[in-house]
Design a protein around this ligand. Structure first.
Ligand code: MCN
Length: 784
């Protein structure tokens, strides 16, 4: 029987999504439903002198208005759940509604609950807030300098933490090195733009004391826990349902005040309450990503051997520490600063800094795009300085495939890899030598052609729970599956993770259908309801397949072991004499004597004739905790032509060679790579959150925030290599973030390569035509 693992079947979730038959949080309608709206600060930093809600309370249709003072004693602040140790982390309280001070434009001040959405909106305008404006600071480096506005009294200098990791002897490496390069690198702040903004709907049953909350959530079990903390309600009284979620990209991981406020209001009013962001609100009130200022130095020999890397990072956290905020620039960025290279001496210092901006948390790639970008940019600068081809420098420093498991200087151990294999494949696809020859010819004609080659690896498949505990993550990082077989032989797998666009409804069904030899139509994957699914830790960090998929596989195997016992009993054979063939257990040598999975499912469930000691029913649960992270890798190549007159960048070819181990569904993998690359090219070319000096978000609408459009994107050519991971039973690695991680330096290096003859060495991303044009003018000695 042909296996489904490896087959590019169409995503089963798509028909309902693209025909409008899916249920999102905002589609939830309950009898007596009320609508909430949140009044948000229009100042980046201000004292709240008075918040007068009298008029709003009187307005037509208004049922309740809550201020920070009203609820302060009844709820707990929004917790930060990644308390990175050994860095003197300071997490000042983040109240659900501001009490005496606001710290970013969008900080919640009051919540109105009304009979209709319009009434709630109108009433927000009637709230009179008397602000005493304070100075804003939006740049994380400037926020640490003397005289900068201070956000939290308990955090002098706005420095929330100082985190360091070091391996080898970096001082010695730099003092002995013959070649050194340095660069200030900016990872601009980005605004996650999921198609569906955040929403929450909650209903409370005063009889049972049970709260049900529908939330746009990437991790319902984490949200249950966070709600329990914020609402002071026992966890078993809370059911979180994440219906269809229209994309998250990290922004639907954190615990937010708004979701808890909806829970609070429904318990207070004993009527269901719903709140849904609009896009402008989303851009202010939902987390942002990146926001690093880095000072990076790299040293090496004249013949291309890298000997040291040192970076000092100012990582913006926003006005408060978001759920995973402190873990991203440290664990997911600092520890990944060796990339796929053997760099014996590394030192990373990260200052986590509060600024009067929207809180920063995980955004697709979270820390790893920043680490990959700085390495890949520095390697190109180094190659330029020593006059060596940047691909040669990479080849000289890549970790060879026979060195795995390999421990890098930052202390983490990579599982498996064949970095040179992926590089060779990509170079062949682009025909690197020919491109260099074409480029030389084009240069003679005055045309600016460039090529960028990124070799990357990333940490994902998060991860072993023990490590999670050791690095201060406030939860486990195992995952779970309950595989239940019905009497008629159809199967449901209830999973702990919560896919929200990635396609596991299809890929996990492929795993189960293969295990049982049943058609995929007989298998359904259920996710996103804490009442139905076993404890899991969510979909992020490209972990779902490696961790939760492994739990699915193991649970299915357990079910199958039970059916084997029953088959042996019914066939009056010993288990050792049975073999699995074409969806049946058959007696070896007598292929006509067998029991199909369907027959065994029925016998297990009706329990008429079970072997002694075997319980009725057919289901199994597995909790899988991997022994290590997984480290996917690959090489991305981009060729560009730059118009020196306009600064416009035209992408000629984009090639992505990724290795995520054996691919369950190559079509889905390709889709993930495409999506990731497009997101990364958005970061490289045009996306940037812009605050003015007063802390106003200038890019607060889709008119101003430049999300890439399909028409702007190149054809993306994909290829892969297959290097299994030894740390999970499927051998898989993650692929959900590879595109965002690899594409940004690939594009920027290609443009810098194109402009090298003009003397341009570096341009801060995003590479808008204006920036490229200015860099060309400045390199030519002209001004702006
Ligand atoms: N897959 C596969 N074979 C492999 C590895 C993965 O077939 N060897 C498949 C998986 O089974 C799954 C998909 O590829 O269908 C991605 O799986 P995985 O790499 O495990 O990533 P996760 O499911 O954990 O997704 C998280 C990742 C992250 S961190 C972000 S952010 C992101 C992303 O996925 N956000 C997304 N992709 C997204 N895609 C959509 N549509 N929407 C988002 O919000």
């Amino acid at each position: 029987m042909a296996t489904l693992f490896g087959s590019g079947i169409k995503r089963r979730e798509d028909p309902r999504l693209i025909t409008g038959k899916a249920t999102y949080t905002d589609d939830v309608k309950l009898p007596g439903l009320l609508y909430a709206g949140v009044l948000r600060s229009t100042y980046a930093h201000a004292r709240l002198k008075t918040v007068d809600v009298a008029k709003a309370k009187q307005a037509a249709g208004v049922v309740a208005v809550y201020t920070g003072a009203d609820i302060a004693e009844k709820v707990n602040p929004v917790p930060c759940a990644w308390n990175v140790p050994n860095c003197d982390l300071k997490v000042p309280p983040h109240p659900l509604l501001a009490v005496d001070r606001v710290r970013y434009v969008g900080d919640g001040i009051a919540m109105v609950v009304a009979e209709s959405r319009a009434a709630a909106r109108d009433a927000l305008d009637l709230i009179d807030v008397d602000y005493e404006p304070l100075d804003a600071v939006v740049d994380p480096e400037r926020a640490t300098q003397p005289g900068a506005p201070q956000l939290h009294p308990e955090v002098p200098g706005n420095v929330a933490f100082t985190w360091k990791v070091a391996g080898g002897d970096v001082e010695k490496a730099f003092s002995e090195a013959t070649v050194k390069v340095e660069q200030r690198i900016l990872h601009q702040r980005l605004q996650p733009t999921a198609m569906e903004p955040r929403a929450a709907c909650a209903s409370y049953n005063p009889g049972t004391g049970q709260l049900t909350a529908w939330i746009t959530s990437q991790n319902p079990h984490i949200h249950r826990f966070l709600l329990s903390v914020m609402l002071k309600l026992p966890e078993h009284r809370i059911r979180v349902i994440a219906p269809e979620v229209g994309g998250g990209f990290g922004s639907k991981i954190p615990g937010y005040a708004d979701e808890a406020l909806v829970g609070f209001a429904t318990m207070d009013l004993k009527r269901p309450v719903k709140w849904t962001e609009d896009r402008s609100e989303n851009y202010k009130a939902t987390i942002h990503g990146r926001d690093h200022v880095e000072y990076v130095e790299l040293c090496g020999t004249k013949d291309g051997k890298i000997t040291g890397l040192r970076t000092r990072v100012y990582a913006g956290l926003g006005g408060y520490a978001s759920t995973a905020g402190p873990g991203i620039p440290t664990i997911l960025h600092g520890l990944m600063c060796s990339g796929p290279y053997m760099i014996p001496n590394i030192s990373v210092t990260v200052y986590g800094v509060y600024t009067t901006t929207t809180p920063v948390d995980a955004y697709r790639g979270a820390g790893r795009p920043e680490a990959t970008f700085l390495l890949e940019r520095m390697i190109n600068l180094y190659a330029q300085k020593i006059g060596m081809d940047p691909v040669e420098v990479r080849k000289k420093n890549l970790i060879p495939k026979d060195k795995f498991p390999y421990t890098v200087a930052t202390g983490i151990t990579y599982d498996s890899g064949d970095y040179a294999g992926a590089l060779d494949k990509a170079l062949k696809l682009v025909d690197y030598k020919k491109f260099r020859a074409d480029q030389a010819k084009a240069r003679e004609e005055g045309r600016l052609l460039g090529i960028g080659v990124t070799t990357y690896c990333e940490i994902c498949g998060l991860g072993p729970s023990q490590v999670a505990g050791a690095v201060g993550f406030g939860g486990g990082l195992y995952d779970s599956a309950l595989v239940r077989v019905y009497p008629t032989g159809v199967v449901r797998a209830y999973i702990g993770a919560k896919p929200h666009g990635q396609g596991e409804e299809t890929t996990f069904a492929q795993i189960v259908a293969d295990e049982f030899g049943v058609p995929i139509e007989n298998v359904e994957i259920v996710a996103g309801d804490t009442e139905a699914t076993p404890q899991g830790w969510g979909t992020y960090g490209s972990r779902t397949t490696a961790v939760c998929g492994s739990a699915v596989k193991i649970a299915a195997q357990r079910v199958k072991e039970k059916t084997k016992k029953i088959a042996a009993h019914l066939l009056e054979a010993s288990e050792a004499d049975l073999e699995w063939k074409d969806g049946k257990f058959v007696v070896k040598g007598s292929p006509d004597k067998g029991k199909s999975f369907g027959e065994l499912a029925l016998m297990a469930n009706v329990a008429w004739n079970l072997p002694p000691g075997v319980e009725p029913g057919l289901e199994a649960t597995a909790f899988f905790d991997p022994s290590n992270f997984v480290y996917p890798f690959g090489t991305h190549v981009c060729t560009v032509e730059v118009d020196a007159e306009t600064g416009e960048v035209k992408i000629l070819r984009y090639i992505a060679v990724d290795d995520c181990g054996p691919q369950i569904n190559p079509m889905i993998v390709e889709g993930q790579v495409h999506g990731g690359v497009v997101q990364g090219l958005g970061e490289a070319l045009q996306e940037m959150a812009v605050y003015d000096e007063d802390g106003q978000l200038v890019t607060g609408t889709l008119m101003d925030y430049a999300v890439p459009k399909a028409s702007q994107m190149p054809k993306i050519e994909t290829a892969h290599t297959v290097t299994p991971s030894p740390v999970n039973p499927l051998g898989v690695k993650g692929v959900g973030e590879t595109g965002t991680i690899a594409s940004v330096p690939t594009l920027v290096n290609a443009v810098c390569d194109a402009l090298a003859p003009l003397g341009v060495t570096h341009i801060d991303k995003p590479l808008t035509p204006a920036r490229v044009w200015t860099a060309i003018r400045q390199a030519k000695g002209g001004g702006r």
